[in-house]
Write a protein that binds this ligand. Structure first.
Ligand code: BYC
Length: 469
């Protein structure tokens, strides 16, 4: 840990004064972006936040009240692994790079910018949620997620400034200039331009979209570009909390819905002022399919090139036997002349799909836990991940139509039935109507969501997680 007044870091920033000055110049731009696009209406409030002050077990979870603009956004890389070698691809076994190899400069910059762009995007998407939070506990979790996305932006901006010279600095400015959902200068990836304007969307996003983040970070943690690997390894520790917020958030809605369904006369939680299980399923279908898109195409020459060059591996590459992946195929059902047919895809071109496989299994584990709650309540309803083909806008299934079971259908049927599978305008209006304004009293919990199993950092549920006075 280096005690830099302005930018906390463990990269000995003050030994490189040019870099330090460049980052100190970017910092006020970041702060004005944060004030303009960060959580609306809460900038001057004290929030009980976790701040990373170092990468050690004691250091990365330091809790205290902080005003968000005073949060110590720092630059932290996981410790270097001595004598680390490239773990996959054509350069397997060679020493990792401490600098950017010239031939991979553009590709690496593009990967880092794409990763970096998602971080401020998510803060922008979530900026109005504080006004309708279901509890102070949830409000604090939202802000924790937001400040950490800000830190993840810092992580990528550090790499851009440190390793990519002038174009890196320009990209860092651009990261603050694009805006989620803005038609003229949108964020790079699809899901990051979708609105998150109710809490169901927030929980689904942190469950499914942050989990894409986990898998992309795991793949980048394998990178032969060592600074990227070390940065992403540390980001993964923070990412875990975001997925906790998502999985338990949806889980609490499921639990409450089950209770209200049972209390209702017609077997529908809406009658009792809750979110009905069908609507939960529709939100799941939406955010899961948008997040599947974030893995890119099933068959991808980009992914093959990233792998071959040692830039982006598979999650937990050491689990695999063959790290070259020059031979072998993955059998996939792919559209051919408008119909599905089995095809063998060369292993390297299937890397996006292989990463997605791990993601799908991980999502399924979360769904199984929600279904356990339903089972324990004695209800027959079960939540389900839709087919990977359902509602895709990227990859080989984009432009075709499939129902949640993965059966190909005509456009006309899709248009007729999409409202059965995805939240309709009426569903969204209903979900919003449940929480027209925020609940700010400590310990108070909205009617449509169960309280969490426990508070944060050993504090009770009625702790004042955000001081609003
Ligand atoms: N939307 O071969 P293809 C996170 C583009 S989330 C728009 O299919 P490739 C977080 C693609 O860029 C993790 N465009 O895919 C979560 C390419 O364009 P160019 C973020 C898309 O390149 C919550 C073209 O389609 N990290 O951290 O193998 C809160 C064909 O590409 C999309 C990363 O993404 C899309 N969904 O893979 C906060 C890691 N998908 O190059 C944070 C870095 C594809 O032809 N990025 N395209 O102009 C990557 O590894 C890759 O860029 C992708 C795409 C996996 C995204």
């Amino acid at each position: 840990m280096f005690n830099d007044d302005k930018i906390p870091n463990n990269v000995d920033l003050s030994s490189d004064q040019r870099l330090q000055r460049a980052l100190e110049q970017w910092q006020p731009d970041f702060l004005s972006w944060w004030r303009e696009m960060g959580p609306e209406g809460f900038q001057e409030k004290d929030v009980y936040l976790r701040t990373a002050v170092s990468v050690t077990t004691e250091g990365w979870a330091h809790y205290d009240y902080v005003k968000m603009p005073d949060y110590r956004w720092g630059i932290f890389l996981a410790d270097a692994v001595p004598n680390r070698t490239i773990g996959f691809g054509d350069l397997f076994g060679q020493p990792v790079w401490q600098d950017v190899p010239g031939e991979h400069r553009n590709t690496l910059r593009r990967l880092i910018v794409t990763q970096g762009d998602t971080e401020p995007a998510s803060v922008e998407q979530q900026r109005a949620l504080g006004r309708t939070c279901p509890s102070l506990y949830d409000l604090r979790n939202l802000f924790q997620v937001n400040v950490e996305e800000g830190r993840h932006l810092w992580a990528m901006v550090y790499l851009l400034h440190r390793y990519f010279g002038r174009d890196g600095r320009e990209e860092a400015e651009e990261l603050l200039a694009r805006r989620s959902g803005n038609p003229d200068r949108p964020r790079i990836l699809g899901a990051f331009n979708e609105p998150i304007d109710d809490w169901m969307s927030f929980y689904m996003f942190t469950m499914f979209t942050d989990r894409d983040g986990k898998y992309q970070l795991l793949a980048l943690a394998e990178s032969g570009f060592d600074p990227l690997s070390r940065t992403t390894r540390f980001m993964l520790t923070e990412e875990a909390h975001h997925m906790f917020v998502g999985e338990t958030g949806v889980g609490r809605v499921v639990q409450r819905s089950a209770e209200l369904t049972k209390e209702s006369k017609n077997g529908n939680a809406r009658e009792q002022g809750g979110v009905d299980l069908d609507t939960i399923q529709k939100y799941l279908n939406l955010w899961y399919s948008l997040s599947l898109d974030l893995f890119g195409s099933e068959v991808s020459t980009n992914a093959a090139a990233f792998f071959g060059a040692g830039l982006k591996g598979r999650a937990k590459e050491e689990k695999f036997e063959d790290h070259l992946a020059r031979e072998g195929v993955v059998s996939m059902e792919l559209p051919e002349n408008g119909r599905l047919a089995n095809r063998d895809v060369p292993l390297r071109s299937a890397m996006n799909e292989i990463l997605r496989d791990g993601y799908v299994e991980d999502c399924q584990r979360g769904v199984d836990r929600w279904n356990k709650t339903l089972e324990q309540s004695g209800l027959a309803f079960r939540l389900k991940l839709p087919s990977r083909r359902f509602h895709r806008q990227q990859g080989v299934f984009a432009g075709l139509f499939f129902d949640p079971e993965g059966r190909q259908i005509e456009r006309a049927e899709w248009e007729k039935r999409a409202g059965e599978w995805l939240p309709s305008a009426a569903d969204r209006a209903y979900v919003k109507s449940l929480q027209p304004r925020a609940l700010y009293a400590p310990g108070q919990m909205a009617h449509w969501i169960a309280p969490p199993a426990k508070g944060i950092d050993g504090k009770p549920l009625d702790f004042e997680y955000v001081r609003l006075a």
